[in-house]
Write a protein that binds this ligand. Structure first.
Ligand code: I3P
Length: 126
């Protein structure tokens, strides 16, 4: 696991709130449970914070490590089948983790889709 620390000079490419649901872990299906997450795209990975950005930063200083996904070799695609919600895309990692991300606001979810897709395309495939 990893955290964003000022020491690492990690460039944050994008950050913001989205609805998130993890639907598989290591290929094993999980019960869908949507929750708002503070999401940070940086250094070829995405970090998911359960709380607000402010408390996330406080927890980071205390050594709390967020959930994160390695985008190396990951796949991103829009889906209309895995949710009744609009504006949903899925990220699937090499390790078989599957996440749905959603926003009701079209430009917000489009910006996120393109930012994550660009990050994936810049990374090695394995
Ligand atoms: C699920 C919950 C999800 C919903 C899902 C339900 O019920 O309402 O929000 O997904 O639909 O099964 P529960 O909380 O009892 O697990 P969406 O909001 O994405 O539609 P699904 O079974 O069609 O995936």
């Amino acid at each position: 696991t990893d955290i964003i620390s000022p020491k690492e000079h990690t460039v944050v490419e994008k950050e913001g709130y989205l609805l998130k649901a993890k639907i598989a872990d290591g290929g094993k299906k999980l019960r869908k449970n949507w929750s708002t997450s503070w999401i940070v795209l940086a250094g070829g990975k995405i970090e998911f914070y359960k709380e607000s950005k402010q408390s996330a930063l406080t927890n980071l200083k205390a050594g709390y490590k967020p959930e994160w996904v390695d985008l190396c070799g990951a796949n991103i695609e829009w889906t209309t089948e895995k949710s009744s919600r609009k504006n949903v895309f899925q990220i699937t990692t090499i390790s078989g983790n599957e996440f749905l991300l959603q926003s009701d606001i079209d430009f917000i979810i489009l910006d996120w889709f393109h930012a994550i897709k660009n990050a994936i395309d810049r990374l090695p495939k394995q």
